[in-house]
Each structure stands twice: as structure tokens, then as C-alpha cells.
Write a protein that binds this ligand. Structure first.
Ligand SMILES: *Cc1c(COP(=O)(O)O)cnc(C)c1O
Length: 230
């Protein structure tokens, strides 16, 4: 199957899941995760109308950003772990970062964001799987991280992101997502101006859309299996 056909199927599935879980139509956006995939695959998805792409590795993200600079309306999202010595490259090239889980990184990204660009959109990565995950802050640390980011001038908090340990059933996966959704809603009720809950991958789109996802990050279902995983 071609990238264009896969993309069409994924879009159809999102629409069906929005209906199944009583979500507003068009409330779930699709981030195409192109890590490890060649430029030609990104170009094929672009030709099929896709504009948001996600990358995990800084060097690969920067290279793709440069090689595809003529496709100037691509919106690049960084969704991998961030080492502080790589933060400048991220601040200079990306439109979004999904994986803020350290204050130091938040400070650096704000300092290093070129002032002539719009603020970098950021999500706080939350660890909702306990021991199973090394990345992400705990929910009890969320308010402090939110306050910090709100004070930084060149990054804009847009919401929360998580990569939970996969569960065997949809119902179990929904249960894992529940505290995150509650935390997201609670922040919105505290007048925190956020609109993005980045949850859901190829294997758990249904559970994520049931759990309030506003952005699914889909790689395999669009581009096929990767040769190596991250
Ligand atoms: C690779 C990756 C994805 C996409 O995963 P698929 O299972 O291929 O859809 C989504 N989010 C993150 C953070 C990833 O690293």
C-alpha cells in the first residue's frame, strides 16, 4: 500500500473514532511520524495533503527540515528525548516540541528560540506508566512545570503528551489515560490556555481518541514498519 492510501485510511479511521466516541468532528489532528523514513515518503504524504510531521532524532530532524525547506508550510514537531546540548538545533528549526520534562530544557529552548520566530509550541511530557517509563514528569509535578513554562517568553505551553506502556485491551488503555485526561481538563478549568493532548499512536488510536486526544502521532500505519524502533 502506498503512503497516500495509508494516509487516507488513517484519516478515515480518525473520523470513525471521533463519531464512535462522540468527539467533535475535526477535533483530532494527525501528526505523521516520519522518523527513520526517507524524504520521498514525506514528500508523498505532503502531496496527499499532510502538513504536520514528527521526528525523534535531532540530526535527522534538522536534515529533513533543511532538505524540505521548499515545502515551507510543513509544520515540524520534535517528539524524541532532548539532550541539552541539542536544544539549540531544536529551538531553531522546530514548530513544536512534545517532550518537555525538565526545567533546564524549557529554559534553554526559550533562550535559544530565535526572537524573530513565533514562540515554540511545547507540550509537557507526563509519565503515566510509573516504573515502565523513564521519560516524563509525574502528575504531581505538573503544576510547577506549568508555572515555570508560563513565565518563559519564547515558548508557548499548548498542552500535555504521554507515551504510556501498551496495554492488551482498549479498556485497560483507556484506564491508563484517564488521570492524564483529568489533569488536562483541570488545567483548562484553571484558565490555563491549552488546547492539545498528544496521545495515541498506530496501536492505540481508539483508546486515545476515547480519552480526549486532540493529536495522534502515527508512524507505522502511514509509513509502514520501521527497520529499527525507538
Ligand atoms: C515512533 C513514535 C510514534 C509513532 O509510533 P507508531 O507506533 O509507529 O505509530 C509516536 N510517538 C512517539 C513519541 C514515537 O517515538
Amino acid at each position: 500500500m502506498s503512503v497516500a492510501e495509508n494516509l487516507k485510511h488513517v484519516r478515515q479511521e480518525i473520523v470513525a473514532l471521533e463519531q464512535r466516541f462522540d468527539r467533535t468532528s475535526d477535533s483530532v489532528r494527525l501528526l505523521a511520524v516520519s522518523k527513520t523514513k526517507p524524504l520521498a515518503d514525506i514528500e508523498a504524504a505532503y502531496a496527499a495533503g499532510q502538513r504536520m510531521f514528527g521526528e525523534n532524532y535531532v540530526q535527522e530532524a534538522v536534515d529533513k527540515h533543511e532538505h524540505l525547506s521548499h515545502l515551507s508550510d510543513i509544520e515540524w514537531h520534535f517528539i524524541g528525548p532532548i539532550q541539552s546540548n541539542k536544544s539549540r538545533q531544536i529551538a531553531e528549526t522546530m514548530a513544536w516540541v512534545h517532550t518537555i520534562d525538565r526545567e533546564k530544557i524549557a529554559h534553554r529552548l526559550s533562550e535559544q528560540r530565535p526572537v524573530e520566530r513565533l514562540p515554540l509550541n511545547v507540550l509537557i511530557q507526563v509519565n503515566i506508566s510509573g516504573e515502565a517509563s523513564k521519560s516524563g514528569i509525574l502528575l504531581e509535578q505538573l503544576d510547577d512545570m506549568v508555572s515555570l513554562i508560563q513565565q518563559l517568553p519564547n515558548i508557548k505551553l499548548r498542552g500535555l503528551m504521554a507515551i504510556p506502556a501498551p496495554q492488551t485491551s482498549e479498556a485497560d488503555q483507556i484506564q491508563v489515560y484517564a488521570p492524564l485526561y483529568q489533569a488536562f481538563k483541570a488545567l483548562q478549568q484553571q484558565d490555563c490556555d491549552i488546547d492539545t493532548l498528544s496521545i495515541g499512536m498506530s496501536g492505540d488510536m481508539a483508546a486515545a481518541i476515547a480519552s480526549g486526544s486532540t493529536m495522534v502521532r502515527v508512524g507505522t500505519a502511514i509509513f509502514g514498519a520501521r527497520n529499527y524502533t525507538s
